[in-house]
Design a protein around this ligand. Structure first.
Ligand code: NAD
Length: 656
């Protein structure tokens, strides 16, 4: 492992220990072989003058929930050092008491909660303390001969600490163990099944020691040929089964989940191993990962529904066996799966969660194979894993379930998402928690929607191959499809029937009607596997109340409405709802220019404002209003409505 220390960069922080702490913390955070997504923690001790002019020794320790890769100075919790060292001398302290007392010893009540390892940091007699979950080191600790191998590699240069759940007890145990230790003789501590600590009075030495210790473990793995024991294989694709896996996992969870497939050769190679059923379920790389991964994954075979049922039973049995009667069982859905011939799957309520799990899994499957090559992968006992998974201070790192918006975990596809009503629908669905893929013929869409859970794909909806590719891409990335909003449409030139050009007619039919039929046809197999699947067609008031000169548009929209009604009949038995909205004029869209608006108002002898609000409620309908209706229609309020046509027009007397 290469040191990323840079003298010139570091110079800027020379006179500020906390800023230097930020700098080297970020260096650690940049290296996924050291820490992943919020893992690890660091600290610095400094003398700070308080409001009374008194000097206090403060431990600035990483705040819970902060990520070393991106941490800033305000991500460190300032805790009075003396309070922390004294706490460790108490005979007994519950986890909740510890968390409260640590918090009450902070000098800034606005700062984040101090890491659960703050007490340990406080009791290491050095200014800088670095702690990571380095893959190479933890892999060795997780092999059957781990402790012996560590002694072989490091001799007495590191202190080897048996596994103890982090927090008060671990801090106390280390104080006991180091009672006679000559700290200056050791370069670090290795906590079995957990991670590595290094320390020094200057930031660089502490950081470089981490790199050195980890490099030695990497070299050892290299020499043992462990790194050659990572299987690879080409994956097959089966998007329908992927969608059904997501459906069954979501059922087990009780809410919609995202499924992130890793079909890389490494993931597929691992999934295809003959002994995968045995080695994949022996536990993760570090106990810190348990809240993300649970102790074991689901292993898929021929019947994925049965596999998930079996998993939930096994998880419940694990809970029943290990609980002390004071805990509530978490949902029994798996957080990752091993799918022979296809790869691995990470499962979560948001794309972010699946990215975190997926990264952890990538490192885990590699570490397991290295551990096997060293004599056998062996993690903690089931009870120890349970205690860590169900530790309230660990669970507190995850967002509580009740903060999620209504459409969290749902996957939506919106066509014509680059402007007007489509843009408003995509934005609002995303705000309400859905992952959204927006298609538009305008290539700007890929720049407009470029977040991990809001994706723009350039696609002409009349190009069936491009549509099919976009739908498949959606399922491949997120695991399924629940919401479809066929919205892309054009208002063709006003021409009376006797003057109607064939090209205009055909174009309207192609974009406003036929493309919708092909899109729906492509999506139906995936919607069948969706979570409360719903389709909402954006049609037009022109259907119930057509106007002269708009045959090409109105007939296509009427056809689209009829398509939706028949789809509602055909798909009801699959639980797929199909409804239609009929907006009247929606002026904040590209269909309407100020000139067109002016000329229409003039034609009817009224002002633009009067024209815009020419309806029963005397109100203007905006694209956001349409989006709000669409979001409601894909949600639980419309769970029992299908085949309906809902106007959104402020009340039109020709329709009423
Ligand atoms: P808009 O022009 O603002 O947005 C339409 C979007 O569809 C644009 O981003 C456009 O690039 C995209 N698009 C057009 N052709 C496409 C194709 N072949 N493939 C992919 N994308 C394509 O218009 P809007 O008013 O938001 O229209 C959205 C829908 O609402 C349309 O179906 C329209 O018929 C319907 N509608 C609009 C109104 C209104 O007054 N604006 C009223 C009733 C119904």
């Amino acid at each position: 492992m290469k040191s990323l220390w840079n003298d010139i960069e570091a110079q800027a922080f020379e006179s500020d220990p906390l800023q230097l702490r930020v700098y080297t913390s970020r260096l650690l955070g940049k290296e996924p072989g050291l820490v992943l997504h919020g893992g690890g923690n660091t600290s610095v001790k400094d003398a700070v003058k308080n409001i009374f002019g008194d000097i206090e020794e403060i431990l600035f320790v990483k705040g819970s929930g902060h990520d070393l890769a991106t941490i800033q100075a305000d991500g460190f919790a300032p805790v009075r050092l003396k309070a922390l060292t004294r706490l460790a001398t108490l005979e007994r302290l519950s986890d909740t008491q510890m968390a409260r007392l640590q918090r009450s010893a902070m000098t800034d009540p606005e700062a984040p909660d101090p890491s659960i390892e703050a007490m340990l940091h406080a009791n290491i007699p050095y200014k800088y303390v670095d702690h990571t979950h380095a893959d190479a080191v933890v892999t060795i600790t997780n092999s059957r001969r781990g402790q012996g191998l560590l002694q072989e590699i490091y001799q007495d240069r590191v202190l080897i600490v048996p596994y103890i759940k982090p927090g008060f007890k671990l801090a106390q145990e280390i104080i006991k163990m180091t009672h006679d230790t000559k700290w200056e003789k050791i370069e670090g501590m290795i906590l079995l099944h957990h991670g590595v600590f290094t320390f020094a009075d200057d930031a660089r030495t502490s950081y470089e020691r981490m790199i050195k210790l980890v490099s030695e473990a990497e070299d050892y793995l290299q020499k043992q040929g462990a790194q050659e024991h990572v299987a690879g294989a080409q994956a097959q694709e089966d998007l329908l089964t992927l969608s059904s896996i997501r459906r069954y996992v979501s059922r087990a969870k009780g809410s919609a989940m995202i499924a992130r497939l890793d079909h890389s050769p490494e993931a597929c190679g691992f999934a295809n191993l003959d002994n995968v059923k045995s080695i994949a379920v022996r536990g993760p790389v570090t106990s810190d990962h348990l809240i993300r991964t649970k102790p074991f994954p689901v292993i898929f075979g021929k019947d994925v529904q049965q596999d998930i049922t079996d998993y939930t039973r096994a998880y419940q049995a694990y809970f029943d066996k290990n609980t002390d009667g004071r805990r509530t069982c978490l949902d029994p859905a798996p957080r990752w799966g091993v799918w022979p011939q296809h790869g691995t799957i990470a499962l979560g309520r948001s794309v972010r969660e699946t990215i975190i799990v997926s990264d952890i899994v990538r490192h885990t499957i590699c570490a397991i194979q290295h551990g096997e090559a060293l004599g056998g992968w062996k993690f903690l006992s089931e009870k120890q894993m349970f205690d860590m998974e169900y530790w309230e201070l660990q669970q507190a790192k995850l967002p509580p379930n009740d903060i999620f918006p209504e459409l969290q975990g749902k996957i939506a596809l919106v066509t014509g998402a680059g402007s007007g009503i489509g843009l408003a629908c995509a934005t609002m669905l995303h705000e309400q928690g859905a992952v959204v893929v927006g298609l538009d013929i305008n290539p700007e869409i890929s720049k407009m929607f470029n977040q991990e859970d809001l994706l723009g794909i350039t696609c002409d909806v009349t190009d069936n191959r491009a549509v099919k590719a976009a739908v498949e891409d959606t399922v491949r990335r997120f695991g399924g499809l629940d919401i479809l909003i066929p919205n892309a449409g054009i208002f063709t030139a006003t021409q009376k029937i006797e003057d109607l050009e064939e090209e205009i007619w055909n174009r309207s039919m192609e974009i406003n009607l036929s493309s919708n039929q092909r899109l729906l046809k492509t999506c139906i197999p995936y919607l069948r596997q969706g979570i409360d699947a719903a389709v909402v067609f954006i049609s037009s008031k022109n259907v119930p109340a057509p106007g002269p000169g708009a045959a090409a548009y109105s007939v296509a929209k009427a056809g689209q409405t009829q398509l939706a009604r028949i789809a509602a009949l055909e798909l009801g038995c699959d639980g797929i709802r199909v409804n239609v909205v009929h907006p009247n004029a929606v002026y904040d869209t590209a269909l309407w220019t100020p000139e067109v608006l002016e000329s229409r108002a003039c034609h009817y002898g009224c002002t633009v404002e009067e024209y815009k609000t020419n309806n029963c409620l005397k109100t203007e309908v905006t694209s956001k209003d349409v989006a709000a209706l669409v979001c409601a229609m894909v949600g639980p309020a419309f769970a029992k409505t299908t085949g309906a046509q809902i106007p959104i027009d402020g009340g039109n007397e020709r329709v009423i």
